[in-house]
Design a protein around this ligand. Structure first.
Ligand code: G4P
Ligand code: NA
Ligand code: NA
Length: 189
């Protein structure tokens, strides 16, 4: 998505060889018009797939997942991240480490909002090592729903998350792929 590449070059900052600061576009501020266009891109890719629900993990994936769900005319479901868990017999839970935060959290999704009849499009903002993404993939698989594909706004191709999901035979589409952040420079794949 060329427009997104230009916005990343203009508004993102390289923090280190593997972290891109995206507060202006994803993590603190969002541009609703740009975000709706991201949703249109994902919706076009999955239009013929009879998606019944779009699923993401809170928090930064929610705006683009909302835009995608709006375009497809289906509900958005977002998994919660919780440090402590109230006993909920109806909840699917996966424990995952977080790359940027250096902590472990539980990703929780109620079975009420994901059933064996569902055809799921999983949308997220960034994929790095993919721990959170793999956790949500496991939850979707445990629910019995069909995971049709994964849509990612920014894939950091130099980390192994996207590859590890594709290696499971799961379709994964990214709007932008970043090959490197070396020497303070953003290089697209
Ligand atoms: P992931 O690849 O499955 O997303 O998981 P990983 O555990 O590798 O990354 C965990 C968190 O770090 C995710 O946010 C992810 O978006 C964020 N992250 C990874 N690399 C970068 C980066 O280069 N820049 C920025 N800005 N974020 C990065 P999260 O914990 O799900 O939090 P939230 O933002 O959704 O609340
Ligand atoms: Na994030
Ligand atoms: Na996220």
């Amino acid at each position: 998505m060329e427009e997104l590449k230009q916005r990343i070059l203009a508004e993102a900052t390289v923090l280190s060889h593997d972290v891109l600061k995206l507060d202006a576009l994803l993590n603190q501020q969002v541009d609703p018009q740009l975000t709706m266009r991201m949703g249109q891109e994902f919706a076009e890719l999955y239009r013929s797939e009879q998606i019944t629900r779009v699923v993401t993990v809170e928090s930064s994936g929610i705006p683009v997942a909302f835009a995608t769900a709006y375009e497809l005319g289906v509900p958005l479901v977002f998994a919660r991240r919780k440090k402590t868990l109230l006993a909920d017999p109806d909840a699917l839970v996966e424990r995952v480490p977080s790359f940027t935060k250096g902590i472990v959290t539980d990703i929780v999704l109620s079975q009420q909002f994901i059933t064996a009849e569902d055809r799921i499009l999983f949308i997220d903002d960034i994929i790095a090592n993919g721990d959170a993404a793999r956790g949500l993939v496991k939850i979707i698989q445990r629910s019995g729903a069909t995971l049709v594909g994964v849509g990612i706004v920014i894939e950091k191709s130099f980390q192994n998350g996207a590859q590890s999901i594709r290696e499971q035979g799961i379709r994964l589409d990214s709007l932008v792929k970043i090959a490197s952040l070396d020497e303070g420079k953003i290089t697209f794949a």
